[in-house]
Design a protein around this ligand. Structure first.
Ligand code: PEP
Length: 249
C-alpha cells in the first residue's frame, strides 16, 4: 500500500512568528490523520518548526536546497543544512523554481541526489505550462522532466521519492485540473514509473496532485485511483482549510 499524503507549500509567505503559530495550530488539531501530513516552510522556519512539531503527526519539508554540497555559495542552503534542522522532506522541481530561478534538469538532478544523500525524502514536482497543455504535449513534458532529473535513480533511491503532478496553469490561478484530466495524467505517470522500475514500485509510488487544490475540490480529486493526495499552496496557509483537505484524504 502506498503512502497517502497531504503536503503544504507555504512558499515565501509567513514571518517566523506567523509560521510558528500556524504550525502550532496544525500540531494541536491534526491528531490521527489518514495520511502523511507535511508542511513545506521557508528555510528560516525549518529548525523552529521541526522542533515544535517533533513527535506529532506533522512532518516538515524544505521548499528547496542547493545544487552544491558545501562551500563558497553565498546565500545558499545545502541539503545537509536542511537535514540538520530536523526536516524530513525537501520539495524540488517546483515550477516556480524552474521558471524564476532557471532550475533545469541537470541542476535538479544534482539537488535530488544531494537531498537523498543527506537522508531527505524528496517531493519532486513535474507539470506542463498552459501552452503545452493546449498543444496536448503534457505527457511528453512530464516524461522529459522525469527522465531529465530522477529516472537515473536506483530503485532503492526511488523509494524516497514522492511525485507531485502540478499543471503550471493551475497553480495559484483557481483553475484546477478536472478529476478526469488529473487522473488521466497520473495514470500515465504511474505507467512511466512501471516501465522504468516495474509494476510493484509504480504501485508503491505516491503521486500527489497540486494546482488550486482546496477544501472544496480535494475530495473529488483524491477519489481518483491514481491521485494519492495533494501538494497544496494557497490553501495550506490557513489552518482550517489545510485541515479540511487533510480530512478529505
Ligand atoms: C503549489 O504551488 O505547489 C500549489 C499547488 O499552489 P496552489 O495550491 O496555490 O495552486
Amino acid at each position: 500500500m502506498r503512502t497517502r499524503m497531504v503536503a503544504g507549500n507555504w512558499k515565501m509567505n509567513k514571518t517566523l512568528q506567523e509560521g510558528v503559530e500556524l504550525a502550532n495550530q496544525l500540531k494541536n488539531d491534526v491528531k490521527n490523520p489518514n495520511c502523511e501530513v507535511v508542511i513545506g516552510t521557508p528555510f528560516i522556519h525549518l529548525a523552529t518548526v521541526a522542533e515544535l512539531v517533533k513527535g506529532s503527526a506533522v512532518k516538515v519539508a524544505a521548499e528547496n536546497c542547493a545544487d552544491k554540497d558545501k562551500g563558497a555559495y553565498t546565500g545558499e542552503v545545502s541539503a545537509a543544512m536542511v537535514a540538520s534542522t530536523g526536516a524530513e522532506y525537501c520539495i524540488l522541481g517546483h515550477s516556480e523554481r524552474r521558471a524564476y530561478y532557471h532550475e533545469d534538469y541537470e541542476i535538479l538532478k544534482n539537488k535530488v541526489e544531494l537531498a537523498l544523500a543527506n537522508g531527505l525524502k524528496v517531493i519532486f514536482c513535474i507539470g506542463e505550462v498552459k501552452e503545452e497543455r493546449l498543444e496536448n504535449k503534457q505527457n511528453e513534458v512530464v516524461k522529459a522532466q522525469l527522465e531529465g532529473s530522477v529516472f537515473h535513480l536506483s530503485a532503492e533511491q526511488w523509494a524516497q521519492i514522492t511525485l507531485a503532478y502540478e499543471p503550471v496553469w493551475a497553480i495559484g490561478t483557481g483553475l484546477t485540473a478536472t478529476p478526469e484530466q488529473a487522473q488521466e495524467i497520473h495514470a500515465f505517470i504511474r505507467g512511466l514509473v512501471a516501465e522504468k522500475y516495474g509494476k510493484q514500485v509504480a504501485d508503491d509510488t505516491t503521486i500527489l496532485y497540486g494546482g488550486s487544490c482546496n477544501e472544496k475540490n480535494a475530495a473529488e480529486l483524491f477519489a481518483c485511483p491514481d491521485i494519492d493526495g495533494g501538494l497544496i499552496g494557497g490553501a495550506s496557509l490557513i489552518a482550517e482549510k489545510f485541515e479540511a483537505i487533510i480530512a478529505a484524504r
